[in-house]
Design a protein around this ligand. Structure first.
Ligand code: SF4
Length: 162
């Protein structure tokens, strides 16, 4: 148990109180308890993948300044508390986004990457390794060039109709 009363789950560098929401691994900086879990590496116009950090880093003003005027979702992967019913992707009990990612996108790795939040990650909790094997190709903010290159990305990112 950490001194702040939070529990750090095994295999995770983020703390989760019992009963608190898991972490969305493709979050916006304005969400609760944001941490950086990886940076986007770009090789050519379309080839992007995440380099995962050994430890999650709190997304604070200093880190925010690193991306300057660039949308942080294009250069880093931020995790934060899942907003559950306030998120268009939440179907009432599960994340529909990671279900579509599993169904529509091919595996991007042969093994799950090392990850600082695995035991606190909603995607892993719901889809296990199937999420991790696709995760490194996911950037939170998708550019038009990525959608042009692979229309499945738009399909995966589109929440179900209300
Ligand atoms: S899906 Fe897997 S690799 Fe991606 S953030 Fe969650 S635990 Fe980490």
């Amino acid at each position: 148990m950490a001194r702040d009363g939070k529990t750090s789950r095994p295999g995770s560098t983020v703390a989760v109180e019992e009963g608190a929401p898991l972490f969305c691994p493709s979050a916006q900086p304005g969400m609760r308890d944001p941490v950086v879990i990886g940076v986007v590496e770009q090789d050519g116009a379309q080839d992007r993948r995440i380099a995962y950090l050994e430890q999650a880093i709190p997304y604070d003003e200093k880190v925010a300044a690193l991306s300057g005027a660039v949308d942080p979702g294009k250069v880093m992967r931020i995790a934060a508390r899942c907003e559950e019913t306030r998120c268009a992707h939440f179907d009432g009990s599960r994340c529909s986004l990671v279900s579509r990612i599993r169904d529509l996108l091919p595996e991007a790795a042969v093994k799950a990457p090392p990850c600082a939040i695995r035991s606190a990650c909603r995607w892993f909790a719901e889809q296990g390794a199937a999420a991790c094997l696709r995760c490194e190709r996911i950037t939170t903010s998708v550019g038009p060039e990525q959608v042009r290159a692979d229309s499945r990305i738009r399909q995966a990112a589109t929440p179900p109709p209300l």
